[in-house]
Design a protein around this ligand. Sequence first.
Ligand code: PMV
Length: 313
Amino acid sequence: MTGIFATAPGKIILFGEHAVVYGYPAIAVPVNQVRAKVLILPIPANKPDEVYIEAPDIHLNSHLNQLAFKDPLRIVIEEVQNILRLSYLPPMRIRITSTIPVAAGLGSGAAVSVALARALANYLGHPLPDETICQIAFRAEHSYHGTPSGIDNTVITYNQPLFFQKGKPYELLGVEKPFFIVIGNTGIASPTGEVVAEVRKNREQNPEKYNALFEKIGQIVLYARKLIEHGNVVDLGSMLTENHCLLKEMGVSCKELDILVETAIHAGAYGAKLSGGGKGGNMIALASSEKLPQITQALRDAGATTVITTEIR
Ligand code: PMV
């Protein structure tokens, strides 16, 4: 048997992070410039279940059984095995690499889960439908943080811009007029789980404030959807900035994110916001194609560790 390869993109949340955990809608898009990749190779071994996992980016080189039960990689592999009703796995070496920054709001964990589930099912000769791949990745998302909305695994599995609401079927977004998003990384790693837990605690202490913020964000998401479907890119930019202000009030921004958001707007973006869990990670800015070079340069000058541009269509 030869090797099998699968890959999955990163993602950004355009609107609605955090509120989406509480059932409000959100909009997310894939980012194909950064990707997780999984290569599975057969290895000569005299017993089954000789499954080795290498992930050089995180210095992981381990037998499957040495991984913790709650390790997301282990969860994905065991889910695929259970779904295919296999009592053992053939000997193999699984190599995982990724260009998606970790803990930065770009969906690195979900992308690895999706690519791994696809590669493994294909390697075992039973490709699984997207719906199943998405569910497997969702189970692994629980180990990153206990209450994931499911938006990351969904947008990454289907690799299309989408409107998402927890517990409802996702809806593909019709983008009337393609637009550009600049993504700037603060370079600060911020595990989503910690920020989500903090928001939960703060909401318990101050439900009125937090529910009102979620409600306002939900309204922005509905309006933003219309703007995307009607190709009104300028107003869409203003909505990004409004969403950022609400996230700031929620307490999930930080000085570095605010500086990059202000820098992008000052350099000519239609609007900007943090994206993902916050307290670090990435921000995004919406801009016309002519303004992209100056926004990119301004973000770099203001301390962004990486800046990438993606076209949403
Ligand atoms: O930081 P990310 O890319 O994993 O995005 C998290 C988005 C949240 O709404 C904060 C959490 C969730 O599960 O939807």
